[in-house]
Design a protein around this ligand. Structure first.
Ligand code: DC
Length: 335
């Protein structure tokens, strides 16, 4: 069972406003958490003492929550507390994490979830960016965008079309018509090329180097960066990549640069590949990691680089959980 919180405010203590705002908040909570009358256990409502003209629980009944047990109470007067505020807690039996909803004037109570913010997580191949970003995305309840997946999809498209990833003229023709989409299912990113889910295909080891080469081309970066900025403008998200803090979102609120020694990264990559069913020799992976670092760091456009205001994390001696806690603490300090 989980508890989902929400709050809203009314401009005046009048029944019509209370009914409208309670309904709006409940429907939003229902929508964002896939709630049904079967999975809601009960709803607790409270309101500040300046709300006297209508019971919020009655408004909830009228909003269609007929069979759910409701409990409504009045809050004590606290100096400096928000006025004309209605708070809701829904207890529900759902397996996903809770999406709290704060509307109208109540948004001041939760700046962390009501204001769009972005986290830039850059670093070289195998530094643990995507694992860290997936865990953080879940914990903070924000989207995570693996931007490397997008460059991998561009490389895959070139491969399907029989085009060399270093032939800029041919690649730029492909980029004009590429149908690349990023969608989310249960919080997991899926990458689609021409309507087909290629999330598994882009992870094949042979795509890594091709992605690095194709990502150096201006025609590829221009298009991908636009897509990344569009996604980041709409919703709070953590973007992992190479140039997020320096180029894609130079004004991101939080920036981290995650790295580790090439040897540690190679070891991790061999293990990752093994879990995905690919047997890759350590020496070969180490060589490729060094080569890819070189290529990503030395390309002309938006090379892999730590942004001046990014926090450096060397994860060579750290576990994934330690990296996640470190980043979480840094974010908390700044909220
Ligand atoms: O993170 P990854 O291994 O999936 O990325 C594959 C390649 O894509 C990487 O070698 C360089 C490129 N890339 C990039 O140029 N800019 C990004 N923001 C992300 C990835």
């Amino acid at each position: 069972m989980i508890a989902i919180r929400g709050a809203t405010t009314v401009d005046r203590d009048c029944p019509e406003q209370i009914k409208e705002c309670v309904k709006e908040l409940l429907l939003e909570l229902k929508d964002r958490n896939n709630l049904t009358s079967e999975n809601i256990i009960c709803i607790i409502l409270s309101s500040t003492s300046d709300i006297r003209s209508y019971y919020p629980a009655k408004a909830a009944r009228e909003a269609g929550f007929y069979s759910v047990p409701l409990f409504s109470t009045s809050e004590p007067d606290i100096d400096g507390g928000l006025k004309l505020c209605i708070r809701i807690m829904v207890l529900a039996e759902i397996s996903t994490s809770a999406n709290a909803v704060y509307l109208r004037g109540a948004t001041v109570l939760r700046k962390d979830i009501t204001q769009i913010y972005n986290i830039a997580l850059d670093g070289p191949a195998g530094s643990g960016k995507s694992t860290v970003s997936k865990i953080l995305g879940k914990k903070l309840n924000i989207l995570c965008l693996d931007t490397g997946a997008m460059y991998r999809a561009c490389a895959l498209k070139c491969m399907y079309e029989g085009v060399s990833v270093s032939d800029e003229t041919a690649v730029s023709f492909i980029m004009k018509n590429i149908n690349l989409e990023v969608k989310y299912e249960n919080g997991e990113q899926h990458t689609f090329l021409d309507g087909k889910d290629v999330s598994a295909d882009i992870r094949k080891p042979e795509i890594s180097m091709l992605a690095s080469t194709v990502s150096a081309l201006g025609c590829v970066r221009g298009k991908m960066v636009c897509l990344q900025r569009e996604i980041a403008a709409k919703t709070s998200c953590i973007l992992d990549g190479r140039d997020i803090g320096t180029n894609v979102l130079p004004n991101a609120k939080y920036k981290f640069y995650l790295t580790a020694s090439p040897e540690v990264r190679a070891k991790r990559r061999v293990e990752d590949n093994r879990q995905k069913g690919f047997v890759t020799p350590y020496d070969e992976i180490l060589k490729e990691i060094i080569e890819r670092d070189n290529q990503d760091k030395n390309r002309k456009i938006a090379p892999l680089l730590q942004a001046k205001d990014a926090i450096l994390i060397d994860s060579s001696q750290m576990t994934i959980d330690e990296v996640v806690s470190f980043i979480e603490n840094k974010i908390q300090e700044k909220i």
